[in-house]
Ligand binder design. Structure first.
Ligand code: ATP
Ligand code: LTN
Length: 335
């Protein structure tokens, strides 16, 4: 790790195939920030078992996700890419932080409320303490910045609250992290129900565009995307009145670099029939190199496993340093 550079930590759960939301909300910023910062990018597999997973699928998706990280532009020599469960310090610090986190503050987390409603048959303790594990992830590396989509802002805030409480008792142990939320693309909505976030564990595969989808599937999903009943079929940015169209405009804007005004001008008088396939084409081209490179990397499993092994070693080294300090501060006897 280079001296003088600030530190980033972020993660994505291997709980499903990565989506346009994971890419525009997180992965794209990770790549953009990776030159300027010392970066730790994680596969949050410990988090993913808060919802029941099929073990073989979880294992396969974990390796695929490593390939996607590299294919999207994260150089494994310059960034520490690792699997959360390979670094035991995450679970260890999470236990300690559980004892410095209040039941009431966890009860207020909107993700907990949403996921409890979606998984009413399995509201487990891990789902409840999910933000504590996430705080441990961030604080172990003394991260300055945490690039995430808007839905994770509340979790970075509770992380700061936990760190502040701990530092208040024991002195300056943890650095307080800031969230980094992309200006556009922070909240990509489902193509079929634009009032809901596009989410990789969504049960409606048409609402979700996957990074590794075939071009014809991407095109089909965009052609079917929900718009509205505006008789003029006007491509105009108004998230409250036209959430479907606003979402498609955001996607087109982030994929092409065009501003919302330029997009309105480009499609003026053309209607949704011309607009939707154009958004689809832009996303196909955005994802094409990533999909092709991922397919190539997946041929070499040993290479991908090597990346994870080297990443876990580097990550453990940094994480252990913080964990030892914490153990000492709370009064655990020396080993
Ligand atoms: P799950 O459905 O399993 O909860 P998810 O699709 O919501 O998963 P996460 O793994 O929770 O994805 O999120 C990975 C990162 O991508 C986070 O930083 C999150 O904020 C961001 N992200 C996920 N979905 C979107 C979205 N629709 N728009 C913008 N950012 C998103
Ligand atoms: N909870 C995050 C994934 C995640 C994460 C992290 C993000 C786990 N640990 C640490 C940033 C920093 C999510 O996207 N659902």
């Amino acid at each position: 790790m280079e001296q003088g550079k600030k530190t980033i930590l972020s993660g994505i759960q291997p709980s499903g195939d990565l989506t346009l939301g994971s890419y525009l909300g997180a992965l794209k910023s990770w790549v953009e920030l990776s030159e300027e910062y010392n970066c730790y990018y994680m596969l949050a597999d410990l988090h993913s078992i808060t919802v029941r997973q099929v073990p073989a699928d979880l294992r396969r998706r974990t390796l695929t996700q490593v390939a996607v990280y590299v294919a999207a532009g994260l150089d494994p020599e310059k960034n520490v890419l690792f699997v959360q469960s390979h670094v035991p310090a995450h679970a260890e610090l999470a236990w300690v932080l559980n004892c410095y986190t209040m039941f009431g503050e966890l009860s207020r987390m909107t993700q907990f409320k949403d996921k409890s409603a979606k998984n009413a048959e399995n509201i487990n303790a891990g789902l409840f303490t999910y933000p504590v594990l996430m705080a441990a992830d961030i604080l172990l590396y003394q991260a300055d910045l945490v690039p995430v989509g808007a839905d994770q802002k509340q979790h970075v805030e509770i992380c700061r609250d936990i760190a502040t409480r701990f530092n208040g008792i024991y002195g300056d142990v943890f650095r307080l992290p800031e969230p980094f939320i992309p200006r556009s693309g922070a909240r990509i909505m489902s193509l079929t129900s634009p009032e809901h976030k596009m989410s990789k564990s969504d049960t409606d595969p048409n609402g979700c565009v996957y990074l590794l989808d075939k071009p014809e599937d991407i095109m089909r999903k965009f052609k079917k995307a929900v718009t509205d009943s505006d008789t003029e079929r006007c491509v105009h940015y108004d998230p409250a009145a036209k959430p479907g169209v606003a979402n498609l405009m955001t996607i087109y804007s982030v994929a092409t670099g065009k501003s919302l005004d330029e997009i309105e001008a480009e499609f003026s008088g053309l209607g949704y029939g011309a607009f939707k396939p154009r958004v689809g084409e832009a996303v196909v081209e955005l994802f094409r190199p990533i999909r092709e490179e991922t397919d190539r990397l997946l041929q070499d499993k040993a290479y991908l496993e090597g990346i994870c092994r080297a990443g876990a070693e580097k990550a453990s080294c940094a994480a252990e340093r913080t964990l030892r300090k914490v153990y000492k501060k709370v009064g655990f006897a020396a080993r």
